[in-house]
Design a binder for this molecule. Structure first.
Ligand SMILES: Nc1ncnc2c1ncn2[C@@H]1O[C@H](COP(=O)(O)OP(=O)(O)OP(=O)(O)O)[C@@H](O)[C@H]1O
Length: 359
């Protein structure tokens, strides 16, 4: 899919802006705070109907205005569609394709896949396991609706089991039978999620390693390790073995809601030993692998958004990344950078049609 045209009205700091894009490389250059990332965020809205920052939609309406619109012409293999997102300050957000509203946002997901690489990704390395689980879940759900269903059911059941454990503690009472009602569905949904996560990471890891090797020029080796309670024992047994502990803690202490991903570089934690450039290279490799996976599973090449991509990368890594983009034909790409000269220099090396927009 190619984003051919984009018009913004009152979106963040942009009152009125229109662009006609190259089907290959598009760069936004300008000073800090000019609104380059905001344009990428508008493209992110077109893909999933919300900001990549996870903020409330109302923060995206330009200050002191009453609505925003994002309108785009999307060229597919067979036809061109008009996508329009309108958010009034008082009212509901609407997403329309060719003037027809979607009933549910989920019907739109997958129409225009986008992969974004941004400085905010560093949270994936530095934050708690929850952000890595969210990232993992988002990656798998993009192409697997059954996974999303299992995840929602698991979370509901977990909440109910935890509420019961709290209720027992509050009322100084315990009834094993009513607690065990939740063990069966929890282990069923949990085990399916565990198997999918394991399979997903087994398939993804070699790509991340390969991309990292290319970007770093073979300097370091990275590894992704999936850490789960279910590696040691089956889920039903775990729930039984940890019953006394759960009663004291008043929550379910074992399960896939405690899973984590360990990112290693040369057998040490990237979080501890990786420099900013090495961490960034790892995140780029991870996201490019995600992109590759979406492409293989859906047949659609995601649009690639590279926010502040050259910051913290040395010249070798920048040129390796460019070679990679050249070789793998990543489809339509949007890049932001503060330096026009650097962008022009980099773009010249890429063997594709490009446009540079000064913001
Ligand atoms: N709702 C809004 N209304 C008006 N301005 C906004 C709104 N939301 C964000 N902004 C402004 O947008 C600017 C940030 O834009 P953005 O992050 O796109 O900058 P950038 O060009 O990517 O900068 P950098 O080079 O520093 O990454 C800030 O000045 C911020 O105040």
């Amino acid at each position: 899919m190619i984003i051919q045209k984009l018009s913004l009205i009152n979106f963040k700091n942009h009152s009125l802006k229109s662009f006609e894009f190259s089907p290959q490389i598009n760069c936004f250059v300008g000073n800090n705070g000019a609104g380059k990332t905001n344009i990428l965020d508008a493209l992110h809205y077109l893909s999933v109907g919300k900001s990549f920052l996870g903020n409330s939609d109302f923060n995206s309406i330009k200050k002191e205005e009453y609505f925003f619109t994002i309108e785009a012409e999307i060229v597919g293999l067979e036809k061109t569609d008009i996508l329009k997102i309108i958010l009034p300050k008082e009212g509901k957000k609407s997403i329309k394709k060719n003037d027809k509203s979607y009933e549910r946002l989920s019907e739109h997901i997958g129409y225009l896949p986008i992969v974004m690489i941004s400085p905010y990704d560093s949270n994936l390395i530095s934050d708690s396991g929850e952000s890595r689980r969210k990232f993992l879940d988002a990656m798998i759900s993009q192409t697997d609706s059954a996974y999303l269903f299992n995840l929602i059911q698991y979370q509901k059941t977990l909440q109910q089991r935890n509420a019961l454990l709290k209720d027992f503690a509050k009322n100084r009472y315990f009834d094993i039978d009513s607690l065990e009602i939740y063990n069966e569905p929890l282990s069923k949904f949990g085990t399916e999620i565990f198997n999918k996560r394991k399979e997903f990471l087994t398939n993804l890891s070699p790509f991340v390693q390969e991309y990292y090797k290319i970007i770093s020029g073979g300097k370091e080796e990275i590894k992704i390790i999936y850490q789960s309670d279910l590696e040691e024992e089956n889920f039903k047994k775990l729930l039984i073995q940890n019953l006394e502990k759960d009663k004291i803690l008043t929550y379910t202490s074992k399960g896939i809601h405690k899973d984590d991903l360990i990112f290693e570089m040369d057998n040490s934690l990237i979080k501890k030993l990786g420099s900013q450039g090495q961490q960034k290279s790892f995140l780029i490799a991870l996201k490019l692998s995600q992109m590759n996976r979406i492409k293989n599973l859906t047949g659609k090449t995601p649009v690639l958004l590279l926010d502040d991509i050259f910051d913290k990368l040395d010249d070798l890594r920048v040129s390796q990344l460019i070679n990679l983009v050249n070789k793998e034909h990543f489809g339509q790409i949007f890049i932001t950078d503060t330096s026009k000269e650097r962008t022009e220099f980099v773009v010249k090396k890429i063997n594709e049609e490009s446009k540079i927009f000064e913001i």
